[in-house]
Structures are given as C-alpha cells and as structure tokens.
Design a protein around this ligand. Sequence first.
Ligand code: MIC
Ligand code: SF4
Length: 643
Amino acid sequence: MGYTIVQKIIKDHLLSGEMKAGCEIGLRIDQTLTQDATGTMAYLQLEAMEIERVKTELSVAYIDHNTLQSGFENADDHRYIQTVAKKHGVRFSRPGNGICHQVHLERFGAPGKTLIGSDSHTPTAGGIGMLGMGAGGLDVAVAMGGGAYYITMPKNIKVELVGKLSDYVGAKDVILEVLRQLGVKGGVGAVIEYAGEGVRSLSVPQRATITNMGAELGATSSIFPSDDATLAFLRAQGREDAFKPLAPDADAVYDECYTVDLSALRPLAACPHSPDNVKSVSDLAGMKIDQVCIGSCTNSSLADMLTVAKMLKGKTVHPDVSLSISPGSKQVYTMLAECGALADMIAAGARILECACGPCIGMGFSPKSAGVSLRTFNRNFLARSGTADASVYLVSPEVAAASAIAGVFTDPTTLGKAPEVALPEKFTVNDNLIELPASPEEAKSLTVERGPNIKPIPKGEAPAEDLSCKLILKVGDNITTDHIMPAGAKILPYRSNVPKLSEYCFTVCDKDFPERARREGGGVILGGANYGQGSSREHAALVPLYLGIKAVISKSFARIHMANLINFGIVPMTLANEDDYDKISEGDDIAIEGFAEAIRGKDSATLVDKTNGARVPLVLTLSARQREILLAGGTLNYTKQKG
Ligand code: MIC
Ligand code: SF4
C-alpha cells in the first residue's frame, strides 16, 4: 500500500510510535515559529527547561500580534523576545516585517519538512508542501530543545479539486466550500490533502489561503503537493534550493474523499459567528455594510493585494464604509509601493495599516455597535472583533473590495471581467528585518531583558487522589479559545501576566466566572462538543490552572487545546454518554472518585453529582506519556523529573 504526502513526511520524521491512525506518534521537528502573543510564554518555558541553544534546523520568533503599543507591556515583551531569541539561537523577525505565516511561507517554508508554531494557523505552510502544525508554546519550546512533538497519528482526508476558478472566485471560496461541506469539526483527528488536476492552476499563495483555514476545520494540518507551481514560487523568492517534489503514491489510501469543482464555485461568505456557517454571497447581496477589513494570514499575499488595488483604482470607498488594508509582509508592502498599487488604495480612501495581524485579533478597528463587518480573515467568533454585538462575515478579497465600494454586500461576479494578476518572476527580497542569533560564544555574555509585566508561569500540581469540588462552569458546544481567554487590544498586552489575564477568563460567556472561580478555589468545567477549538493559545489552559481548574469534562476536545490542558496538568475527560451532559448543572457539588487512580492507568472514572445523586461515567483517552505528565502536574514538572 502506498503513502499519502503526509504519511511520507511523517515516515521521514518518525521518532516514536506506530503510524496507525489513533496511535500517539513522536515527530522530529525541523523548524519552529513563535509569534509574540504566545512567544513570551514559549521562551519563558525554554528558559525554565534550561535549554541553552535551540537544536532545530531553524527557529524564528515573529512579532506580529501585539503591535499596538498602547502601554509599555507589548514593547517590553518584544524586547524580551528579541534578547532571548538572540541568546538561544533563534532568528528574530522584527515588528514591521509581517505576519508570521506569510513571512514564513515567503522566506523559510520548504516542501517535505516539519514545522510547528505557537499559532494555530501554522498549517499555512502546507501551501508549499510542508507539514505545519499549530501547537502550544510549551510544545514548541520542547521542539526547540530537540524534543519530539507528539500528535495522534491522523487519518487522511482527500479533497479532489477539479476544474478551474472563474473570474472573481478565489482561494477563499474554495476553503469556505470545504468548510460548508465538512464543518468546524470535520477535520478533527485528520490531515487534509488537496489533490486532482485543479491543484495545478493554484499558486502557492492561493494554496496557502486554503491550508491556512484548514485550522477552522479542526484538522491537524492541511497540505498541497509540491510541484511546478511550488518551484516557480520558490524560484521567485530566490530559494529554489529548498525545492523538492512531493506527491502521494498512486495507490495511497484515504479515509474520506470529497470533491470541489472549482469551475462551479461562486463567491461565498461565512456568516456570524462560525467559519462553517457558509452562504452564497448572491443570497446576501444588497445587505448594508459598515466596515471592510482586508488582510490577515489568510488573504494578505501580493496577489490578493494587487487584485484589491486594481478593483479600487479610480474609485472611492463608499461613504458609510470604513476600509482597512493590512498587507501580509514587508515584502508585499514594499512591492505594492514599488508598483504604485499602494497609491491606488490610498487614493480610494483605504485606511492602510501596518503589516501585522491587526483587526484580525481585535487590535483596533472594532466595528461600530451592531455593525456589519466583512473581513478576509479566518475567524468570526463571537466578540473577537472587539464589538460584542457586531456581525462579522468572512469573505474573499474580491468580495471585500467590491462591497467596500458599493456599501452593500456585493457579488463581484456581476462586475464583468476580473483584473489579471500574475505571480511575479522575482519577488523583492530583503531580509534586513530578520535578525540572526548570536554565536554560542557571544551568547554567553548576553543578558535577557525582562519588563515588569512578565510574571511567573503558574505551576501545576500532582492530582488529588479523590477530587471533590464544584462544577464551576457549564458551557455549550464549540466553545472557542476566544471564549475561554479572549484577546483584543485591551487584554493582549497581558499575555505575559497570567494573574491579570485571569480577570477576563470566560467573561464572554459569564462575566462572574473569574470572581466565582476565585471564591470557590476553582473546580471542574463541563463543556459540549469540540471544546477549545480555535487558537493555540496556552493561556486558555494556563489561566484556568491559575484559577484552580483541575479537570475539564466535555463531549469532545479540539486537538491543540487538549494538549495544552495536559501540558499544564488539567485533566481532560469526556462523557461516556453525551446525554449525561444534562444530568449535571452548574454549581452542583461533585466528586470524581479514584481521580488519581484513573489517571494512573484506567480509561474510565465516575463523576458523582452530590447535589442530585446522579452517577456519570467518564472516559480518559490518554497515552502513557500523557498520564505521566498529568501525574507530575504538567510538562514542566515532568521534564524536570526526567532530568
Ligand atoms: C488567533 O488567530 O486566534 C491567534 C491570535 O493567532 C492565535 C494565537 C494566540 O492566541 O496568540 C492562534 O491562532 O493560535
Ligand atoms: Fe494573526 Fe489573525 Fe493569522 Fe491569528 S489568524 S495569526 S491573529 S492574522
């Protein structure tokens, strides 16, 4: 039996475990990336594990999230990351150089290699045939130290692309169609491989838009073959040496197959508040809009920006609409300036932002009250934009530009011939904002700078033999990390300050939660299906840990969040019968009998609801390694114990 692309990469990087779907495997990681909102924690953990020098082929620390410096906190964090990176052998991408995934694709991504990043959209690198996976900062720190990265061996989903995209239909519409078909849980436990003759017509940046939003399917990763288009992109970046062809074997076996006919696709939009709530733009046409934001790691490539510039040229943004544009990288920004496209955007009235995450993570540009915002981003979770009652729609750059001019949701296919934009023969390459690390010798005398906002990481504890506490919070299905630990301009500056962050934990769902958790000394949380989807932020585990959360029970977990819970000693358990969800109420006194015993070696435990007498069977799906970590009270303790 032949191999899929991902199986080939896994086989080349396998350190432990069996390549059987569902088994835990350990992978050698070639490259890592961090961004600043998760990076401080990752490097604090690298230091705590006493890793002097990173052992990967390449590690890069990006500054792209917290670039709105409304106080000293972010600037201090940037300085910390810059100095710690220099000392420990990590390249540093300075603020102004661009969004981690866009820059990594341009300058470092390589087919056939493995990459983990402390950001859930690391699978963007799959656009260039690289196995990119999002991970918690602690897992990235372990990989930087040369340790394995553990995942469950994924199953394989094939998405066959046939035909060719029509005018004004973009890569965003392809992934929105996949989301429409599979839903936000459709990729859980799987990798998505794109195949078929339709692949050839897509450029690397278009492929990267598709693999980027594979994160919204819950997939472990998404990947495209490495072919002539990959070579053309690498050559244009002056990096053809990194090229390696990559395709599945003819007899590779896939667990599930889907087809997307590119020729039949029409512009789509993900409606509030979930990326899989997909409708046709033609059905939404005419709806009044207030804001348009173009950019983010999903749609900020040069081709996306040039398309937008051509659509805006000679026009004026509708008076009732505010349009922001953030190019993805310094390379994109420079090239827009060089060819005059930037001037066309400015002339049309676009508000040009720096090349960073910006509005995507609520760093400014919150919509007006009850506003309608069209964004080329990847997430429209409730309140993520910073305006709780806003309606955010996820659309392609083409839909965004057409609607910004018209002031209403507009199907661009009604506009006639689309502008032609080709991949340049040569991108403008200037890596002057990527600082190289110090040599091991120089590094010895370097000091790491730490600002007063950087507080110690809370420590996990070994589990109690029997757990007796309150069911402190009950929430529904598809709880995102933006519910658990919201981001945005007011909160993100505290990413290095867990005590301060704890004031905001779960406040999107329940504004009294932090206070109640503090009063009760923590407890257990009950969630629905797909608990913890979205971001890789380990703060969604660290902050509950700080508030005394000992275990989370749910119908199912999102992959990265479950790994983060384990890393910080919070025990993830699932309901044996989903209907039992209704038997437990928030505020009930509960006990988990034989809690530690179950973690030591059993696959089940029983929750006793002392308030109503119900007995609820729970399931523990843990590898031997994960059990040891939980018994040690988290990965930092475990690593120390292991020496
Ligand atoms: C996001 O898109 O939600 C983020 C912000 O990039 C996160 C990381 C974070 O919370 O810092 C992600 O996707 O992992
Ligand atoms: Fe940044 Fe948004 Fe991409 Fe997250 S999804 S990395 S916040 S641009």
